[in-house]
Write a protein that binds this ligand. Structure first.
Ligand SMILES: C[S@@+](CC[C@H](N)C(=O)[O-])C[C@H]1O[C@@H](n2cnc3c(N)ncnc32)[C@H](O)[C@@H]1O
Length: 151
């Protein structure tokens, strides 16, 4: 690999490539440690979660605190304050039920039905409002009401 690079790159490009490789080598162990810690804590998607934690943490101190919260079992969206649902970013406050990806099919089907039938929907026990938010985003002309006992 190194020989291939030296035979095809100009000295300047080679310098950039080597600098980049060194930078990646320095960063990689830190990310790998986060992945290892999350795996040891039982996180199934440790690598993906590590990426999200590292990307969202404003500084190293926050990252360490967030990793500890995750190691103790706190849901990732409560820690970083957001998650993806049906391809959209959703705010999740601590304590709010974290919508499941299995509910995305239901939300998409409901949006299709809503577009075709009357433009009114009530999302009972809405939790974060994930399904209601998807419905109103997909069918902006609709009236969507989400209700939850939790305030
Ligand atoms: C399992 S979560 C589901 C949330 C959401 N439907 C979803 O799939 O992401 C159940 C939700 O029902 C709410 N809930 C429970 N009893 C309720 C009631 N009597 N009236 C309204 N909401 C209720 C809870 O506060 C919780 O947010």
């Amino acid at each position: 690999m190194a020989r291939w690079l030296t035979s095809r790159l100009t000295p300047a490009a080679l310098h950039d490539t080597v600098s980049h490789t060194v930078a990646v080598s320095i960063l990689r162990p830190a990310a790998a440690i986060v992945v290892d810690r999350l795996m040891a804590a039982g996180c199934v998607a440790a690598a993906a979660e590590a990426d999200l934690l590292i990307a969202a943490a404003p500084d190293d101190k926050s990252l360490e605190a967030w990793i500890r919260r995750r190691e103790q079992g706190e849901p990732l969206p409560w820690i970083i304050g957001t998650m993806q649902f049906c391809g959209r970013s959703l705010r999740i406050d601590p304590g709010v039920y974290v919508p499941r990806c299995q509910s995305e099919g239901l939300a998409r089907r409901a949006a299709t039905l809503l577009a075709a039938n009357g433009h009114r929907a009530v999302d009972l026990c809405t939790g974060s409002g994930a399904i209601a938010a998807h419905l109103i985003a997909e069918v902006p002309a609709a009236t969507v009401i989400g209700v939850d006992i939790d305030k």
